[in-house]
Design a protein around this ligand. Structure first.
Ligand code: FAD
Length: 304
């Protein structure tokens, strides 16, 4: 409940407006967000991405945004994502762009989101950049999977995120995963009813493992996207002769010591970077999913 409340507060236009029009609170919160968000501008994300690549990490980039309801805002997001893909291509960067379908039109019209995704798919194929779809609240799962299914038929390199927490996911995975499918497995960031989802538990970890093993057996390209070290270790012990590829994908600013350790152990590690004006919402997401980050944010504000 606390998670949902914090996210709801973050989305309230009056609170957002207050912060945006109050320079001192804006600057203080931005200091806390700097741990998780590279900056407001694309150039900042690209700079950090290039640094990470030089240290032998792969990267994912996200232009932060979700639940966009005006056509103009969807078009703006689409153009920014297109610009990001082109610029990564021009820099010869091999990376991944991640996006929420609700940022580029899903809430306006599913066809709009599909059209935008296909345009981005075409561009990313041309620039040899991977395109990955994030998974949002359960109310959107069906339409996200439907748009994904239609787009991946045209551009097979588009990837999809699956949430282990949802009870429907094992069956979705059985339907969807095929040789070469690009899939990111997460536990899930959204507060869902216990009739449709598991909360953090051994049962959830077990389901995560089963999804991972299925993806390996089906020869998928898999991103293990969790900061749970015990879970990561148990997944990495799974041995198989299948043609799957496996990498670890972690969020920028979260458990950096674990990223270094895994890299030193020789595993491929991808860091998920974000940028954009919606950094405030992203900061609230990170605090909501792991409340000790609230104290970290206070330390960053006071100490910064
Ligand atoms: P948890 O079981 O929540 O936590 C395990 C341990 O990890 C904690 O004890 C702590 O040590 C550490 N940890 C976890 N979260 C944090 C944090 N915020 N700050 C500091 N330490 C932390 N979710 C979606 O619903 N849809 C998506 O599309 C999506 N994409 C993602 C992409 C990537 C690359 C990653 C890494 C996550 C993504 N998530 C997404 C979020 C994910 O679902 C979880 O909410 C998030 O990763 C926290 O859960 P966990 O699996 O890391 O581990």
């Amino acid at each position: 409940q606390a998670t949902a409340t914090l996210k709801a507060i973050a989305r309230r236009p009056d609170i957002k407006g207050y912060i945006e029009h109050n320079p001192s609170s804006y600057a203080l919160l931005q200091r806390a967000a700097a741990r998780y968000v590279t900056g407001e501008e694309r150039s900042m994300a690209l700079e950090v991405a290039n640094q990470l690549i030089s240290y032998d990490y792969a990267v994912s980039l996200e232009y932060i945004g979700e639940n966009t309801v005006s056509l103009a805002a969807c078009e703006q997001a689409q153009q920014e994502l297109a610009g990001l893909i082109v610029e990564m291509g021009e820099q010869g960067m091999s990376g991944r762009v991640s996006l929420d379908l609700s940022h580029i039109g899903l809430l306006v019209d599913r066809e709009l989101a599909l059209r935008h995704l296909l345009q981005l798919g075409e561009l990313s194929q041309r620039c040899t950049i991977e395109l990955f779809i994030s998974m949002e609240e359960s109310a959107k799962t069906e339409s996200i999977l439907e748009v994904y299914r239609q787009a991946v038929e045209v551009y097979p390199l588009i990837g999809i995120t699956l949430q282990a927490q949802l009870n429907r996911t094992p069956s979705d995975a059985l339907d969807m995963l095929a040789p070469g499918t690009r899939v990111r497995i997460v536990k899930g960031a959204f507060e869902e009813l216990d009739t449709i989802a598991l909360s953090r538990s051994a049962e959830l970890d077990e389901r995560y493992k089963e999804l991972f093993e299925l993806a390996v057996q089906r020869g998928c390209h898999i991103s293990i996207a969790t900061h749970d070290e015990a879970l990561i270790n148990s997944l990495l012990q799974y041995e198989s002769q299948e043609a799957a590829s496996v990498e670890l994908e972690l969020l920028y600013g979260i458990r950096p010591e674990l990223c270094v350790k895994l890299r030193k152990q020789g595993y491929p590690v991808r860091i998920y970077l974000t940028y954009g004006q919606e950094w405030y919402l992203y900061l609230c997401h990170r605090i909501a999913e792991y409340p000790p980050n609230l104290f970290q944010a206070l330390v960053d504000i006071v100490g910064g």
